[in-house]
Design a protein. Structure first.
Length: 250
């Protein structure tokens, strides 16, 4: 009888892993307390970028089957210097433990995450633990610069096919949408204040339409960045509201 897969998709595997990371904070694993890690989905080219309270980063690439592609995704590009920009540690996430995969990852300086090997505490167990004190195999990649992390925790699905990403450009775009909502229109001065080039917005994209006053624009029907990132948009909206209020009273 064919064994049913534990996870229906890469996204489901990533969601379970993120839930485990969140639940593990403060737990004792291997005799040491697990620190808090913040998962950033689809960040800096990783399915999940874990960021510790001290800034330590673990880049995680997920695959439903261990293969050459996931190794290629974890390792620096052919012409890239491995120590220039990247996370402190690199890891592969698969849905079932594989001893051979663990040996290969270890030889390449990668950690292997897989569920259900030892069964520590929280019900969604992956190994190794994240306290990093009693786990062998953690290879420090010694980057000159760590991955850039967005201002907000991405409200996107990790491991999704054709993933939506929360980039610096997208955050700036959310600020444009927030100005439109708060003011009813946006001007070229607003674009300058936000550091955004208006040409892409006022062209054939359909994001903005000319208002009745020259140099001002209203929202077009194609503008949907706030719908792509509803959780982050609420935070951006409040920031822009406070910024505009402060400008009025300055």
């Amino acid at each position: 009888m064919k064994k049913e897969p534990k996870y229906a998709s890469e996204a489901a595997l990533c969601a379970d892993f993120i839930a485990w990371v969140t639940a593990s904070a403060g737990e004792y694993q291997g005799g040491a307390q697990t620190p808090k890690w913040t998962p950033y989905a689809e960040t800096a080219g990783w399915d999940i970028l874990l960021v510790g309270a001290d800034g330590t980063q673990i880049g995680v690439q997920a695959k439903m089957k261990f293969n050459m592609k996931v190794l290629h995704q974890c390792l620096p590009g052919r012409w890239a210097s491995w120590h220039e920009v990247g996370p402190d540690y690199r890891a592969v996430l698969i849905p079932e433990f594989d001893g051979g995969a663990e040996d290969i990852c270890g030889a390449l300086g990668l950690m292997l995450f897989a569920p259900g090997r030892y069964g520590w505490g929280c019900g969604r167990d992956f190994t190794p633990g994240l306290n990093m004190e009693h786990s062998v195999g953690w290879h420090y990649w010694s980057p000159h610069k760590r991955c850039d992390v967005p201002e907000f925790i991405p409200d996107v699905v990790a491991g999704a096919s054709g993933p939506v990403q929360l980039t610096k450009w997208k955050i700036a775009a959310l600020r444009v949408v927030a100005r439109l909502e708060l003011q009813g229109r946006i001007s070229r001065k607003d674009f300058r204040d936000l550091g955004v080039d208006p040409r892409r917005w006022t062209g054939p994209s359909g994001w903005l339409l000319p208002a009745d006053c020259p140099g001002e624009y209203i929202r077009g029907t194609a503008l949907d960045f706030d719908q792509q990132h509803p959780t982050v948009y609420v935070q951006v909206l409040e920031q822009e509201r406070a910024k505009l209020a402060q400008a009025v009273h300055a």
